[in-house]
Design a protein around this ligand. Structure first.
Ligand SMILES: NC(=O)c1ccc[n+]([C@@H]2O[C@H](COP(=O)([O-])OP(=O)(O)OC[C@H]3O[C@@H](n4cnc5c(N)ncnc54)[C@H](OP(=O)(O)O)[C@@H]3O)[C@@H](O)[C@H]2O)c1
Length: 275
């Protein structure tokens, strides 16, 4: 059975991966208290003797404003520690994949969408930034996408029982392999995000619509607009447009990610309707 080690197992993404993989693989997780990436010697000592087929680093210093003022710590956790992890993997086999994601949401740690729903439950007037764009990324979908790149994973065998993922018909002229191809040979940088793009205002409005559809009592109906320039207390500069192209994912797997609207609707149905 494929042995997976997940670092950052207590975070939004790491906890989701732990849960989604625990019945399918032999999974071991390290949360922050169990493995601190700022202690490079500890990381070396713990991971070098550990056997694994896949090492997933879902840990990071994710508070971007603090990263501006604590630059050395940010560099240590977000650059030096991942470099060490890459070296440990290279010594075992030398294959790696750097996965980029955007606007991550899921049930394991509240994010923007949960803050918006909470505000809409408590207030009649809710606003969100309308001039900043990206694609929300559902942690459960990341789990589905990522496992297609594990050693020996055959795309045709992965699928998605709920039919949430779409199989994209591709011709061999595009260089895409037939169904059954293992995406595990893919390397370098890969983007995972749900399909489509939106502003934070559109994202929040869709979440409000889905909650209303699911019968959740909300005070707010309409999400009003803020401008990015109104966010005076932000320290780090945020990109205005950070939609990631998932073309390489589709070329590698023959699959299209679910749309962000479907992903948010699924999240609200599964995790809010029963609250
Ligand atoms: N969330 C987003 O919108 C977003 C967008 C783009 C990219 N990403 C990337 O996606 C990945 C997962 O993010 P996420 O949303 O799951 O973030 P998250 O919920 O903040 O999870 C990060 C995890 O890393 C842990 N951590 C922090 N410093 C550590 C250290 N020195 N050693 C070990 N663990 C440490 C945190 O533990 P504590 O909570 O105990 O500190 C937390 O469990 C990260 O690489 C992030 O940069 C996220």
């Amino acid at each position: 059975m494929t042995k997976i080690v997940i670092i950052g197992a207590g975070g939004r993404l790491g906890a989701a991966l732990m849960r989604e993989y625990k019945d399918k693989y032999n999974v071991a997780g390290f949360n922050h208290a169990q493995l601190d990436l700022s202690k490079l010697n500890d990381v070396r000592e713990k991971l070098r003797p550990t056997n694994f087929d896949v090492l997933i680093n879902a840990a990071a210093f994710t508070n971007v404003d603090l990263c501006e003022t604590e630059r050395d710590r940010a560099y240590l956790i977000n650059a030096e520690a991942p470099a060490l992890l890459a070296n440990i993997c290279r010594d075992k086999e030398n294959r790696h994949l750097v996965v980029r994601v955007s606007w991550v949401f899921g049930p394991d740690r509240p994010s923007f969408v949960d803050a918006m729903i909470k505000q809409a439950q408590e207030n009649e007037n809710v606003d969100a930034i309308a001039d900043k764009f990206s694609a929300p990324t559902y942690t459960l979908d990341v789990a589905q996408m990522l496992r297609q790149f594990f050693p020996g994973a055959a795309v045709a065998g992965i699928g998605d029982p709920g039919g949430h993922f779409r199989k994209t018909v591709v011709s061999s002229e595009t260089g895409v392999n037939d169904p059954g191809y293992s995406a595990g040979d893919c390397g370098g940088i890969l983007h995972f995000a749900n399909a489509g793009e939106c502003s934070w205002q559109e994202y929040a409005q869709w979440a409000v619509n889905c909650c209303r559809e699911a019968g959740l009592p909300l005070k707010a109906r309409i999400v009003g607009a803020f401008k990015l320039k109104d966010m005076a207390d932000w320290v780090a500069r945020r990109p205005v447009y950070s939609v990631l192209s998932t073309a390489k994912y589709t070329e590698s797997t023959g699959m299209s990610p679910p749309t962000w609207r479907d992903a948010v609707a699924d999240y609200i149905t599964r995790f809010y309707s029963k609250k």
